[in-house]
Every structure is written in structure tokens, then in C-alpha cells.
Design a protein around this ligand. Structure first.
Ligand code: GLN
Ligand code: ZN
Length: 756
């Protein structure tokens, strides 16, 4: 029996981020809808050509989306929240309207929420459900794209998100309403979709049910059975799971009528023989052996041996990527400036397709000679001998418990800090970055390309900082920031100034909508070489009497938003980063910077999917943060910032961070977070995010007053900070100035109402 290769999805952003630029141009009305569609079409075309050229058996269809694949699913199912309907037919503008809150020609309204896709840095648009939700198959993107792909003369495997995961990932407007009660309404639509697909002479469909890697209640498991029994048709279903093992949910897998099951062998610990015994021999077992979430070459010989041995037991085997390649950059061949030794160890989306071909071909011909040469660099020692830094390893072994604890209890620090800073009640601040104008981007790009001399570049950055301080003073904010004009990206900037990383030029990965990130690659032990932020912050502080917050990215976020090496634990990498940041914090303190924010927006996304693994992760993650900040004086105020809405389940860890002030994203879920504080007294100070920076909407003074009043009922006004819910770099100056003006003035009005 031939071993088939396939991928679970290909990146959709285009080799040079064409989709991003096209979307943004379309929103600014610089290009027409048909021009935008054409660019989308070209991206799909190129993706399919590459998949064919690299030797994949199936072309993946349905992995392209105009903003996010969960949103595409909502469109496909006709699940459009009322407020976006306006009696008009649904089209691409409806899709953008839901994601952004504004559309090209429609009035602003609040967008659907956005949240992180499992434990990745990809964000999806949260489907909205209510008792009245109705579903219709009107958005037929999937069928159109199947037709498009047909000309490539290859098998086509459409990909859709399954009904159980779709419902799970959404949210109902009413807590008492169980959104799974919608299954009887939603399943007939799914069935209709499958039937329409089957009419296109397709034999396999990939249905993603990643929630199978989570802990599921018995009730949900039953619903799984019910759903898939309902969906039975003549299309063959490959049920795909990823990001972790699904062994704990195997009791239902065998009863679900499917034709194939995909399991993630990279992030799931499986015993293949055991799996084989549990699964009917009639179904295909697809093994996810090529890591869809990291960029290192795969040890193909190891997998050859594993699968070659397994072939004895099982006939129907496929091999695939562990998950969609959405999470890795496109093509290593585009990188001209990477150290060639390191480059030899890497594999991006295109190369991963090729790895699949190599592996399946070697297995089918029973000849692994090509694999041996592919992995030669991995086996050689030239590189790995250099990655250990003895000095760092020594320092790490000398760390003791006291390095993780602030000197005094928060209450004592609070008093000392009050005396030092004399901040008004309900202090106002921002999260760090200010708008990154085209001019500023260009400036940094020129400096990077060495067209602009360092001195001149720094002068210009100083000028921007000066302007930022001036604007904040005139807005009358209380704790100022320098605005982060020197940073392209909050992780890349630190990685560039530490030792132990390498960088790509085009290694972009989609984060949300048109936003992409370019994660650095951790290749060696990480160490501190020189001060990173001090000169900028010191300069900003010299311009004002108000305190300026130093601004750093935390160890967990630097780790999680980089591609980590795989030869040492993530815990150890986080510790190395923490130690380096601690030195930077010392430097800031020495230079009289007394408020320091250490951002950890990624803390929650690192959370393992299974409950029993969570505590262990949170322990080391919290410790890494504490190692970086705890050695400061009592009078130094440590802030941290996190962006996500669902933090209830990690509240204990957040409390353990013991930051003096935490600011959290909140505004988009209409201050839902506040409900939490009805039953929970957060011990330190908190700024629950009053302005949703992800939307171009500008809240009025009255909006802010309402929200602040609401918050004061739940959080002591002595401990409450007033701030936007994230950095402002993606907004325009016009939006920022107006919003902050309203925020500060609203705060002043509420202060007057407060009794001292
Ligand atoms: N300090 C960062 C900024 O303001 C924080 C960004 C983030 O939380 N993602 O841009
Ligand atoms: Zn944020």
C-alpha cells in the first residue's frame, strides 16, 4: 500500500505578504474589490503550484481566508451577527466588517471579539451564537476554490473546521444558553456543504477538530458521536486533530464514523502500536510528523525508521504536517542574509512540503539514502558545539530562591511608591507604543539597510521621542512612555540586542487579519551584551517631570514569540532570557527610571491544552518573569501587561507574578473581565483596559465615564489605573489623540466625583 503525503494547510499571506498589502490598500480604498480578489486568486494559484511542484499528493483547498479561517467558517455557515446585516446580502465587506468593526462603506459598530487560536500566537474571530442563531450555506468560497484548484490536475482535499470545534470556539451572548444546543440547526448545513463538495467529484475532505486535544466532558464526547453520525455521507472524512495528543479522548474515536484520523506526533506523545490496536484497520491513520509550528529541519531518518517499522502492522498510512503550515514562514530560499550554517538546519513551509515528499517517497521505494544527506547537517556537530555559553550556565546554577521574590510585601511597596510618585487617584497611562507612521517605518528600514548613518538615525528617533513626550504632556497623562519608535517589533528588537538569536528577512507568519509577525530564531544560549533600552528611556525622562515608564518585553513572551531551539527545555531558555533582562532592569534603575513595565502578552497562550499540564508550565513561566523583575528596590514600580480576555483560569498565576500594576486587555469584550472582580479581589493594582485599540472606533468621553464608573464599583479606586487595552502602534495619530483626550478628560471628571 502506498504511503500518501499531505499537508493540513498552507500559509495564506503570500510569499511577500501580498495579502496584507492588498487588504490594507482595499480598506484604504486604494484598490478595488476585484483587484483584491485577483491578488487572493494569485496567492492560491502560487500555493497550489508549489504544492504540486514539491510532490504533494493533495492540493489543500479551503486554507485560504480573507482574514481568518474561523471567520470564513462563520461566513460559510451564514452565522452573521445581526448588527452586520443591514438587510444587504453578505459579501466580502460583511466579512471585513465583522473582523474590524468598520467596513469600507458601512458605519462603525463593535467588531466580533478576537482571541488566540489554542496555544499559538494566531488570533481568530470568535463566532457569536444566540438562541436565535440561524445558519445558511450562502458564502460558497470553498466551492469556488475547489473549482479553481481543479486545473492543476491533482487530487484536491478541501479543508473545513468541524462543527464541534466551531461551536466550542464561539461564544453565546447569554450565559445560560448552551451553544451546543445549536447542533441540530448547524449540522444540516454542514451536511449540505459536504454534499455540494461531493458533487464536485472530491473523494476526501479534511475536517479539523482540534478541540479533541483538550479535556472534553462526557457530554461533549457524546455530541461528537452524534455530529459525525449525522454527517456521514459518501465523502471520505479525514478527521484532523493537532497541537497535542488525543489519546484521552480515544474512547469515542473508534465509534465515530470517519475514514481517516490525523494525529500530531510532534506535540502528542503516542505509542503507535497502541493506537493501531485501538483503531479499526479500515481507516487511514495520518501521522503528523513534520512540525507545523517550528522551523527546524525534520529528522527524516528517525521517522523513516519509525514508519517503516509500523508499516508491518498497518496498511493505510498517510504522512503529513503536524498541523497547518499557517504557523511557519513560507520559503527559506528567499533568505539571502542568513548564516549558511544555520540555514542548513532550517525548513519553512515550502521545504516542509518537500520533506513530506522525500519521506513518503523513501518509504514507498524503501530507500533512505536521500534522507541521510538531507539530515546530514542535523547530525554534524559543527554548529551544536557553539551553542553553549559556559558563563551563562554558571550564572544560572547560582540562582537561589531570593532571586524570585521582591524584598517587601506589596502593601509596603504600595505605600513607598505612593510617597515617591505622588500620582493622582485613577492614574492614567498607556501601554507603551505610539503610532508607527509610514515615515517612521521608512526611517528604521533605511537604518537597517545601512543607508542611514547611526548617528543621524538616533537623532531622528530622539526627535520622535521628544514629540511623543510633548503630546502626552499636553494630553495630561500621568505616567508617560517614550513610545517605542525604535522597535519594529517588541520581540525582535530585544532579540536583536541580545546574544543567541538569528533573524530572517521574510520569515513572516500571520498573527491576525493583515498583521504578520517575524519571529526570531533562538539558536544559541541567550546572554546580555549591552544595554538595550536605557538611552531612549533616559532621554525621554530628561524631558519631563512626570515619570516615564521603562518598557521591556518579558522572558516568556520573547520565548513564545520566537522559534525555540529544541535541544534544551523551554524552561531553561526562559531562564536565560530572564537573567539577561534582569541586567537591563538594573541598568534602568541605575539611571533613575523608577517605573518599569515588563510585557507578558504571551503568558496565557503558552498554556498547555490539557489541564494536568498547566500548573507545571505556569510555575516556570511565572518564575521566569519573577527572576527578571524581583531584584529591584521597593520603590521601583513594576508594571506588566497582558493581552487577552479570558484570564480567569490563570488568575492565580497572574497574582503570583506580584507585579505592582497589571494592565490587561479587556475593552473588546465590553469589560467582561470586570464581572470576574465581583468575586475576586486582585491584591495589587490593575488597569483593565478602557479603549479597544484593535478597532478604529473612537470612544467618547461619555463611553469612558460609564466604563470607569462601572469599574470603580468592582475595583477599589485606589488600585485602579486608566489605560487603553494594548499598545497604540497600529492606530493613527488622529485616532490616538482623540481617544486619549477623551480617556484623560473622562478620568478627570470621574475623579471629581470621588470622595477622598
Ligand atoms: N508595550 C507594547 C506596546 O505597547 C505591548 C504590546 C503588546 O502587548 N502586544 O506595543
Ligand atoms: Zn497588549
Amino acid at each position: 500500500m502506498k504511503i500518501v503525503n499531505h499537508i493540513l494547510g498552507f500559509p495564506r499571506i503570500g510569499f511577500k505578504r501580498e495579502l496584507k498589502f492588498a487588504q490594507e490598500d482595499y480598506w484604504k480604498k486604494k484598490i478595488s474589490k476585484s483587484e483584491l480578489k485577483k491578488i487572493g486568486f494569485n496567492i492560491r494559484k502560487k500555493n497550489w503550484m508549489i504544492q504540486k511542484k514539491m510532490g504533494l499528493q493533495f492540493l489543500s483547498v479551503g486554507d485560504f481566508s480573507w482574514y481568518d479561517h474561523v471567520l470564513t467558517t462563520s461566513m460559510m455557515l451564514g452565522n452573521i451577527p445581526e448588527r452586520f446585516l443591514n438587510n444587504k446580502k453578505i459579501d466580502l465587506d460583511t466579512l471585513f466588517h465583522i473582523a474590524r468593526g468598520v467596513s469600507v462603506d458601512r458605519k462603525p459598530t463593535f467588531p466580533s471579539e478576537m482571541t488566540k487560536w489554542f496555544n499559538t500566537n494566531y488570533h481568530y474571530i470568535v463566532p457569536e451564537f444566540s438562541e436565535n442563531s440561524s445558519f445558511h450555506f450562502i458564502w460558497k468560497q470553498i466551492l469556488d476554490e475547489i473549482d479553481e484548484a481543479k486545473i492543476y490536475n491533482r487530487d484536491i482535499k478541501p479543508i473545513i473546521l468541524g462543527p464541534m470545534s466551531y461551536l466550542f470556539l464561539g461564544k453565546s451572548n447569554n450565559e445560560k444558553f448552551d451553544r451546543f444546543d445549536l447542533l441540530p440547526k448547524i449540522l444540516p448545513i454542514y451536511k449540505k456543504i459536504l454534499q455540494s463538495i461531493s458533487k464536485k467529484k472530491i473523494s476526501w475532505i479534511q475536517i479539523d477538530e482540534p478541540i479533541l486535544a483538550l479535556d472534553l466532558s462526557d457530554q461533549l464526547k457524546k455530541k461528537f458521536l452524534y455530529s459525525y453520525q449525522f454527517l456521514k455521507s459518501n465523502l471520505k472524512i479525514l478527521l484532523t486533530t493537532y497541537f497535542g495528543s488525543i489519546e484521552h479522548n480515544f474512547d469515542i474515536i473508534d465509534s465515530i464514523p470517519i475514514d481517516g484520523l490525523h494525529i500530531d506526533l510532534i506535540y502528542g506523545n503516542y505509542n503507535l502500536e497502541k493506537i493501531h490496536q485501538k483503531l479499526s484497520s479500515k481507516i487511514v491513520l495520518s501521522l503528523g510528523v513534520i512540525n507545523g509550528r517550528n522551523i527546524w529541519k525534520s529528522d527524516l531518518v528517525k521517522y523513516f525508521n519509525l514508519i517503516n517499522n509500523f508499516k508491518k502492522y498497518r496498511k493505510k498510512i498517510w504522512i503529513g504536517t503536524s498541523c497547518s503550515l499557517l504557523h511557519v514562514p513560507l520559503d527559506l530560499d528567499q533568505e539571502e542574509n542568513l548564516n549558511p550554517i544555520v540555514k542548513n538546519y532550517l525548513s519553512f513551509a515550502v521545504q516542509k512540503c518537500y520533506e513530506l515528499f522525500l519521506l513518503s517517497d523513501s518509504l514507498n521505494t524503501n530507500d533512505k539514502s536521500l534522507l541521510e544527506s538531507w539530515i546530514l547537517p542535523l547530525r554534524s556537530r559543527i554548529y551544536f558545539n557553539k551553542i553553549k555559553n559556559k558563563d551563562i550556565r554558571n550564572k544560572l546554577s547560582n540562582i537561589s530562591n531570593k532571586d524570585y521574590q521582591r524584598k517587601s510585601h506589596y502593601d509596603i511597596r504600595y505605600e513607598k511608591q505612593q510617597k515617591k510618585f505622588h500620582l493622582p487617584i485613577l492614574p492614567t497611562t498607556t501601554i507603551g507604543s505610539f503610532p508607527q507612521t509610514e515615515e517612521l517605518r521608512l526611517l528604521r528600514a533605511k537604518f537597517k539597510k545601512k543607508i542611514l548613518h547611526k548617528k543621524l538615525y538616533e537623532e531622528k528617533i530622539f526627535k520622535i521621542i521628544k514629540e511623543n513626550i510633548k503630546i502626552q504632556e499636553s494630553l495630561d497623562l500621568d505616567v508617560l512612555v517614550h513610545g517605542e519608535p525604535e522597535r519594529n517589533d517588541m520581540v525582535e528588537y530585544f532579540a536583536e540586542n541580545l546574544d543567541g538569536f538569528v533573524f530572517t528577512d521574510y520569515g513572516w507568519v500571520q498573527s491576525y487579519g493583515s498583521r504578520c509577525v517575524k519571529p526570531p530564531i533562538i539558536s544559541h544560549d541567550i546572554s546580555y551584551i549591552k544595554s538595550i533600552t536605557v538611552s531612549w528611556i533616559k532621554y525621554a525622562q530628561s524631558l519631563t517631570k512626570k515619570p516615564v515608564k521603562g518598557m521591556l518585553t518579558g522572558p516568556v513572551t520573547i520565548l513564545l514569540w520566537s522559534f525555540p531551539r529544541e535541544d534544551i527545555s523551554r524552561k531553561l531558555i526562559a531562564k536565560q532570557i530572564a537573567l539577561a533582562l534582569r541586567e537591563e532592569i538594573f541598568e534602568l534603575e541605575k539611571n533613575d527610571i523608577n517605573i518599569i513595565q515588563v510585557d507578558e502578552p504571551a503568558l496565557r497562550e503558552g498554556l498547555p491544552l490539557r489541564n494536568f499540564e498547566k500548573e507545571k508550565y505556569l510555575n516556570w513561566a511565572v518564575n521566569a518573569f519573577k527572576l527578571s523583575v524581583s531584584s529591584v528596590k521597593d520603590t521601583t514600580q513594576i508594571h506588566t501587561h497582558m493581552c487577552y480576555c479570558e484570564f480567569n483560569d490563570i488568575m492565580d498565576a497572574i497574582v503570583n507574578l506580584d507585579a505592582d500594576v497589571i494592565t490587561i486587555e479587556n475593552a473588546r469584550s465590553k469589560m467582561e473581565i470586570l464581572r470576574f472582580f465581583k468575586n475576586f479581589q486582585y491584591p495589587n493594582s490593575i488597569g483593565p483596559g478602557f479603549y479597544d485599540i484593535h478597532s478604529p472606533n473612537i470612544p467618547t468621553q461619555e463611553n469612558f465615564i460609564q466604563l470607569i464608573k462601572k469599574s470603580i464599583k468592582l475595583i477599589s479606586s485606589k488600585r485602579l489605573w486608566i489605560n487603553p487595552d494594548c499598545g497604540l502602534k497600529t492606530r493613527s495619530w488622529k485616532e490616538v489623540k482623540e481617544s486619549l483626550k477623551n480617556l484623560v478628560n473622562a478620568t478627570k471628571k470621574v475623579r471629581l466625583l470621588q470622595k477622598y
